[in-house]
Design a protein. Structure first.
Length: 498
């Protein structure tokens, strides 16, 4: 960890920020990390900072990046006892932000980012050692030095390690502060100890106090131990991951660094997600004119073969996995249907869950509609057309579904965990305050009780309209989150000051 000084470092108003990520919208995406890496830089640039992005040059990034300029045409990167050669190419992302692509076709010119249906690529350790070390080596030649590096997830976990060890005496790099964000602690980048020599790091770091983890090498642990500051994607998740239940074996490390750990909730792009102008929905609407929302519901019922009746319509856009609470939904389904609800589900995942929901749709035609796969336009029509959005997750670092549903005036029904607990407020009918409904026990009875509370309000149209307007008034745009990151970057720069 960087030496912490009590001397006040002078932190410039306009920060130079390099965000390093293994994926970023719109260039390459497997999950929410790409959304964050695509959105945060735009929000930071909007606040006046000099922000740039670095990611691998995967196959096909040119489709969105346009023409790429070699900015470091030949970069020699040590890997074990040899050298691998790569290059930094510069393109532009939204708002004219420079994005650097690390080109090395042997590592990154592949069909997918991290692996295939058969499993992870066998050389992922080497691919991301190269990425981390090429990030640091490249900064020595770039002619632009960031005040702070914002690294994300295990694929970048060795960047803070390199800056604090092999490169700590390099005058070009010595003052760079690091902030490391964990988007999902379950993914850690754990590899066998025989890969340690590839890192170029000394065996003295292969200890429980360093990057060793039960006899293996752990990239994420490196970031957690060596970065100046740590963040995760909600305040509640920041607390949860310090417990054995959610800590994925790293709770002890996180407890030790609890003073450096902060929760910053993800945002969504309010221009991209906008019910007033969304081209994918049949009729736009605003808080002042909700007629379009009713039209969206009727159109969705017709599209999915649901009975066109005023029944409360629950929407789900989700991966069909246990973590997302899908088994609870199946257990609660008889009770939900008895209560008069309709269910529209879009997603894919575990075959057993897909089969169970397909069977439910066949048994309850007109009441349950299920679409497997991912259809971005249908997802938007569900966000707009449903009355409620169901997210009964076992754990949820942040969650984007509830933020989008709030934006569309679709009332979130959530389990109180992680980011769901931070972004949804229980509706109080007496005060007419709050934005949704939640439950704590991971049980279908608790889920049913939550739905019953929502239905009681749904049957009072004026009260429900108040709740919908409350949801539409929430602001989870990226600007608020970006301001939080800026204050943490300043803190990190002070902490890293020699």
């Amino acid at each position: 960890m960087a030496s912490h000084s009590h001397l006040e470092a002078t932190v410039p108003q306009r920060l130079r920020i390099l965000l390093i990520s293994s994926e970023a919208e719109p260039f390459a995406k497997t999950g929410g990390l790409a959304d964050v890496a695509g959105a945060v830089p735009k929000a930071l640039a909007g606040l006046g900072h000099d922000v740039r992005v670095l990611m691998p040059k995967y196959r096909g990034v040119e489709r969105h990046a346009g023409s790429l300029t070699p900015i470091i045409p030949r970069l020699q990167v040590p890997i074990a006892d040899r050298t691998a050669e790569g290059a930094w190419l510069e393109g532009r992302m939204g708002a004219g932000i420079p994005i650097y692509f690390l080109a090395q076709d042997q590592y990154y010119d592949r069909d997918a980012l991290y692996g295939t249906a058969e499993g992870d690529y066998w050389d992922n350790c080497e691919r991301f050692i190269f990425f981390c070390r090429a990030a640091v080596e490249g900064l020595r030649q770039l002619g632009w030095t960031p005040h702070v590096i914002h690294a994300n997830d295990w694929q970048t976990g060795l960047v803070p390690v390199y800056l604090e060890t092999l490169y700590r005496d390099d005058p070009a790099l010595a003052k760079i502060a690091t902030l490391f964000t964990v988007h999902n602690l379950a993914y850690q980048g754990v590899f066998w100890h025989y890969d340690m020599p590839m890192t170029g790091l000394g065996w003295d770091l292969f200890t429980p106090a360093g990057i060793e983890y039960y006899g293996k090498l752990n990239f994420l642990k490196g970031g957690l131990i060596f970065a100046d500051l740590l963040t995760t994607v909600s305040r509640t998740y920041a607390r949860e991951i310090q417990t054995p239940e959610f800590g994925c074996g790293l709770e002890g490390v996180l407890q030790e660094r609890s003073q450096a750990l902060h929760g910053v909730v993800n945002g969504i792009d309010y221009e991209v997600w906008n019910p007033a102008s969304d081209p994918a929905i049949p009729k736009g609407y605003t808080a002042d004119d909700l007629q379009g929302k009713r039209a969206c519901k009727l159109a969705l019922q017709e599209e999915l073969g649901l009975a066109r009746e005023p029944a409360p319509l629950l929407g789900m856009v989700t991966r069909l996995v246990e973590q997302k609470g899908l088994p609870l939904v199946l257990e609660a389904l008889p009770g939900l249907l008895a209560g008069g609800v309709q269910l529209a589900l879009l997603g894919s995942g575990e075959p057993a869950l897909e089969q169970a929901f397909a069977a439910a749709a066949a048994t309850h035609a007109g009441r349950v509609a299920v679409s497997f796969g991912y259809d971005a336009a249908l997802a938007r029509r569900i966000y707009a057309g449903a009355d409620c959005f169901l997210m009964p997750s076992r754990y949820e670092p942040c969650g984007l579904g509830q933020l989008i549903s709030l934006r569309y005036g679709t009332i979130p029904l959530v389990r109180w965990t992680g980011g769901l607990a931070d972004t949804v407020k229980e509706f109080d009918p007496a005060k007419q305050a709050g934005t949704g409904f939640g439950f704590a026990p991971f049980s279908h009875e608790a889920l049913l009780d939550c739905c019953r509370r929502a239905l009681a309000v749904f049957r009072q149209p004026r009260l429900w309209q108040r709740l919908v307007r409350n949801a539409l008034a929430e602001d989870f745009s990226w600007e608020a989150s970006a301001r939080e990151y800026v204050s943490l970057y300043r803190k990190a720069v002070k902490a890293a000051a020699p």
